[in-house]
Design a protein around this ligand. Structure first.
Ligand code: GRF
Length: 214
């Protein structure tokens, strides 16, 4: 069974969607630990409710970025974590963690990458006037939202949208595709080749837009 570690900074609704997917039997995995950089993260409450250990580790308590991420990767490895999930972890992950978990850290971003990386992906999409946006699960590399794309879901953008209404429409898709991506990983159905993720499955996954979640 796949052992997961989750890093989150805030309300943790994606964290919850992963917990729910495990509880329902959709995802055969176990969450070994939640690591958060924020004492007040609601994600801590969610971990408690599900009997998941949580650890608060704040960057300002460490002398530098490298030691912070080395400590995080030590905590993950101590617990046998095979896949690290960034579920709203609001930091650029340091190289000491990325090197230990190359192509084994997944992030979810609220836009169709490579469009609108960084903060406020939903607002960037609205301001630009695109007609479609969505979300992307990708492996994390040293850049900001630049790693290999695993799966995406698209949603329409309406003229009447606000940042809140678009965020809500995208979030609904985030909660579908993140567990789906983890499930594909847990079943050994993906590999990374030349910066692309190849997904092997028994249906046509060459089009990964609003995928059926089987
Ligand atoms: C989501 O919009 C996600 O795409 C982004 O941060 C937000 C986290 O939300 N990376 P939540 O904490 O999972 O509710």
């Amino acid at each position: 069974m796949l052992t997961i570690g989750v890093l989150a900074s805030g309300r943790g609704s994606n964290f919850q969607s992963i917990i729910n997917s495990i509880d329902s039997g959709y995802l055969k995995a176990k969450i070994a630990v939640l690591i958060t950089d924020n004492n007040d993260a609601y994600a801590i409450e969610r971990a408690k409710n599900s009997g998941i250990e949580s650890i608060v580790m704040r960057q300002k308590d460490f002398p530098d970025n490298d030691s912070y991420y080395t400590e995080i990767s030590d905590e993950l490895m101590k617990r046998g974590v095979e896949l690290t999930i960034l579920a709203g972890f609001m930091r650029v992950v340091g190289k000491t963690l990325i090197e230990k978990f190359r192509n084994r850290i997944m992030n979810i971003h609220p836009a169709l990458l490579p469009s609108f990386p960084g903060l406020h992906g939903q607002k960037q999409a609205l301001d630009y006037g695109v007609r479609l946006s969505g979300c992307t699960v990708h492996f994390v590399d040293e850049g900001v939202d630049t790693g290999p794309v695993i799966i995406q879901a698209a949603v329409p953008v309406y003229d009447a949208d606000t940042e809140e209404s678009l965020s809500e429409r995208i979030l609904e898709q985030e909660h579908r595709i993140f567990p789906y991506a983890i499930k594909l990983f847990s079943e050994g159905k993906m590999s990374v080749s030349g910066g692309r993720v190849i997904v092997e499955s028994n249906k046509d996954d060459s089009v990964l837009i609003n995928p059926p979640l089987k």
